[in-house]
Design a protein around this ligand. Structure first.
Ligand SMILES: Cc1ncc(COP(=O)(O)O)c(C=O)c1O
Length: 415
């Protein structure tokens, strides 16, 4: 679908959310079997018992406005987790590369922070013209909304099998990089489950610094991985020159701790940017309620439940491997909990799976756009006007093992 050239409102070119589109696609089609919902990335695993207990114990604090910078306990819990998860203990603390007082902020789910960060990161003009914001294609839809709301041009950079599902931002023309305000990248990636290597992240940060770009790394699936623990962008920055300049990372409890309804995450990074972001957030951003912040601190302080959660996802990936083998381009995602299956025509397969098997999946094309060919701002060799998600469906492995097995088996029988 070509974007209109002129728009009355800034967000007129915003694509519709994939989920109403999916509902419209299958409207009026009776599910062939009792429905199994595999389209939504909403974890159905149990969350730890201590969450409810902590919220109840702190319930009196619902009577207070929460501070935008969070509580010292929350920041300490996040700092502790970052230290353990990324082996960064030595660089966290007052006067060090990551000072929890000034460089960590709680967020009301990472979605709002990913969105709001673009508003703060985008100048009115850059290189004398309209700023651009780069993002992978396919991508988490919030990135495009954020770019448009910030008055920037979203540029969709293909993440395909050929580049290991990691966009090659370094191949973009200098003229585009010069006007780029921000780059979104997601690792482990939704939907493909690809993971950026430490070298990829270092090169990308180098590029961002060279062109005065804010690199925004969405790491909400960081604790859900298959064989190897994914590297993090904070590690890449420390390795590069010991500072977090030009970097912000986003982490969430929605996936790690199966708490999508808690609406709790954090962002951390560049001192100067975090200071501007805090000032903006103090005026306009949603806070995390204090009892929920206490529960979040408890979750970041505890790794056992996250390990159990990861093991459960791994068992479902094993199951998918048993069922699909090397059909439909199946591969074990290195991180996250989605299968990205090559079915030839994702929209047709989605309709078929619903009509014949009652299995609801998401067409890959609903998560991607035609590459930004119109502007000529594409990596060398990349054709414009192609939608890299068209051939795929995304399958979320968030249900119980029994339901997942039933759904995958039905899918294998139909496709
Ligand atoms: C890639 C990606 N980023 C960010 C989010 C937002 O997560 P939350 O707002 O629950 O922290 C999601 C949720 O599905 C996601 O898939």
């Amino acid at each position: 679908m070509a974007a209109p050239q002129t728009a009355e409102f800034r967000l007129d070119t915003l694509p519709e959310s994939p989920f109403p589109r999916l509902n419209a696609l299958i409207e009026g089609i009776q599910p062939g079997k009792p429905p199994l919902i595999m389209s939504l990335g909403e974890p159905q695993h149990p969350f730890p018992d201590f969450i409810t207990k902590t919220i109840v114990e702190n319930a009196k604090d619902f009577g207070k406005y929460p501070p935008i910078i969070g509580t010292p306990d929350f920041r300490a819990a996040v700092a502790g987790w970052l230290g353990r998860r990324y082996d960064l203990k030595d660089v966290i603390g007052a006067g060090r590369a990551l000072d929890p007082e000034t460089q960590i902020l709680p967020v009301n789910g990472t979605r709002e922070a990913l969105f709001n960060a673009a508003l703060v990161a985008t100048p009115v003009t850059k290189a004398g013209t309209r700023p651009a914001i780069l993002m992978p294609n396919p991508f988490y839809q919030c990135y495009a909304a954020a770019a448009l709301a910030a008055g920037a041009e979203p540029i969709y950079v293909a993440a395909t099998r050929d580049n290991g599902f990691m966009p090659e931002f370094d191949k973009l023309p200098d003229t585009l990089l010069a006007r780029t305000a921000m780059i979104y990248v997601c690792s482990p990636a939704n939907p493909q489950g690809s993971v950026a290597s430490l070298d990829y992240l270092k090169n990308l940060l180098r590029l961002a610094r060279q062109h005065n770009i804010l690199l925004a790394v969405d790491e909400c699936y960081a604790d859900i991985y298959d064989r190897e623990k994914p590297a993090g962008a904070l590690q890449a920055a420390i390795d590069l020159d010991g500072t977090l300049d030009n970097l912000i990372v986003f982490h969430s409890l929605s996936k790690r701790s199966s708490l999508p309804g808690l609406r709790s995450g954090f962002c951390a990074g560049d001192k100067k940017f975090m200071s501007r972001f805090r000032a903006f957030r103090n005026i306009a951003a949603p806070q995390v309620p204090l009892p929920l912040m206490a529960a979040s601190a408890a979750a970041w302080n505890e790794d056992e439940h996250a390990a159990e959660n990861r093991a459960l996802y791994r068992r479902k990936i094993d199951m998918a491997e048993r069922i699909f083998g090397n059909r439909l381009g199946f591969y074990r995602p290195a991180g996250g909990f989605f299968l990205w299956l090559d079915v030839g025509d994702g929209v047709a397969a989605t309709r078929d799976l619903w009509a014949k098997g009652g299995v609801k999946v998401l067409p890959g094309a609903y998560l991607s756009r035609e590459d930004s060919g119109a502007t000529g701002d594409l990596p060398k060799g990349q054709k414009g006007g192609t939608n890299p998600g068209t051939a795929f469906i995304r399958v979320a492995l968030v249900e119980s093992e029994a339901k997942t097995e039933e759904a995958l088996q039905r899918m294998a029988d139909i496709l």
